[in-house]
Design a protein around this ligand. Structure first.
Ligand code: NAD
Length: 359
């Protein structure tokens, strides 16, 4: 075993079915009396449900959250915070809603209760990515880590099948990269192995029946574990690529992760040793890159960056951006190999563990 450092992050987690009914008690436990509820316009009904449960503790709702946390949206919500003397925030939704709540906390240090409804995992992390003038920057600070997280499986039943698969692959990517991160540790490896297995088993069942509550439970459990993996370690090539594709080309977050992950794993596989064995075991053996590609394809979600709106001419732009800033990755990077990887992901080629083996 290698030497390691483990830093636990403090947050309170409730997990189950119907757990959102505990929202008022949880908000009161944080000492909050003037709550702002944030979400997206698509989830106004979920936001209303939370509002009703908060009763007189609710003072305002803002349903303008958007992907990649644009700073102009944050400026608008901060006006609402001041206007209503808000003393706590409840975010209900995916990473976009939780990102907005984190942005409020970054500016105000207000306590947050996150109620995630996708598998993105942001609720467990002290990470915030914000976009200004088309440039996305990410920082880590404990200020943005939600104090309380309420996982309610019932709220995920409405997540469309395609988004469930893409979001599940997004979560799985956190665990995969945590396994080979330079700051990985045995506890994170346990969570990563369990998280990958839970998602790998449950996503095809959700495709068959999106109301399968057992499969939904397993997927949300996996996403929680994967969120902790993201919070605890540094991410490598896969996250860097997706960050670039999302920030520079505004490609959809979860879907981009789902397309890129099998390629990034195939690329890194020859250099990750035990991490690959753990991943293989979690998916029941075989070629993990090809198997994850098949999960995405089987769900009907896109498997090519071309289908997400990227043009072939953008391949060079992405390669240049990825190579511009050095960062830790098990496999050394070269422009030629990254171009091969991005070209394959763009075209939707089914990768295998031997695709980059002789690079
Ligand atoms: P999202 O939050 O943008 O949600 C996508 C759409 O699905 C939205 O319209 C949303 O309202 C809707 N939706 C969410 N849950 C639903 C449900 N249960 N039923 C029906 N509709 C539902 O998507 P996402 O992939 O969860 O989040 C992406 C954002 O999260 C990006 O900005 C990304 O950068 C960020 N993120 C941040 C971290 C972090 O640690 N900071 C981690 C992962 C993702």
């Amino acid at each position: 075993m290698r030497d390691f450092t483990y830093q636990g992050l403090a947050s309170r987690v409730l997990f189950g079915r119907g757990t959102v009914s505990a929202i008022r008690r949880e908000v009161e436990a944080l000492g909050c009396q003037r709550i702002l509820v944030v979400s997206t316009s698509q989830q106004a009904t979920d936001a209303n449900r939370v509002k009703d449960q908060l009763g007189e503790l609710h003072v305002a709702t803002f349903v303008g959250a958007a992907m990649h946390t644009p700073t102009d949206v944050t400026a608008r919500v901060l006006d609402v915070v001041r206007e209503h003397a808000v003393d706590g925030v409840v975010a209900i939704g995916g990473g976009s809603s939780i990102g907005l709540s984190k942005a409020i906390a970054l500016h105000t240090d207000l306590p947050q209760v996150a109620v995630p409804t996708t598998y993105a995992g942001s609720e467990m992390t002290p990470i915030i990515g914000q976009t200004e003038n088309g440039v996305k920057t990410t920082q880590r600070t404990l200020k943005v880590l939600p104090e309380t997280v309420i996982y309610d499986v019932e709220l995920t039943l409405t997540l469309p099948v395609l988004m469930s698969a893409a979001s599940g692959l997004n979560a799985l990517a956190h665990a995969a990269e945590a396994l080979y991160a330079p700051d990985s540790n045995p506890v994170v490896s346990l969570m990563a192995a369990e998280g990958i297995a839970a998602l790998y088993k449950s996503l095809p069942r959700i495709k068959q029946n999106s109301s399968d509550i057992e499969a939904r439970t397993e997927a949300l459990y996996g996403s929680w574990l994967c969120g902790i993996c993201l919070a605890s370690t540094s991410m490598g090539l896969h996250h860097k690529l997706c960050h670039t594709l999302g920030g520079a080309l505004n490609l959809p977050h979860a879907e981009t992760h789902a397309v890129v992950l099998p390629h990034a794993l195939a690329f890194n596989a020859p250099a990750v040793g035990d991490a690959l064995t753990i991943m293989q075991n979690s998916v029941g053996g075989g070629d993990v890159a090809a198997k994850l590609y098949d999960v995405t394809k089987g769900s009907g979600a896109p498997v090519s960056l071309r289908d997400l709106g990227m043009t072939q001419a953008d391949i060079g732009v992405v390669v240049e951006a990825v190579m511009a800033k050095p960062y830790a990755n098990p496999m050394p990077l070269s422009s030629l190999m990254i171009e091969k990887l991005v070209s394959n992901a763009w075209a939707g080629v089914r990768p295998s563990l031997s695709t980059y083996a002789h690079a």
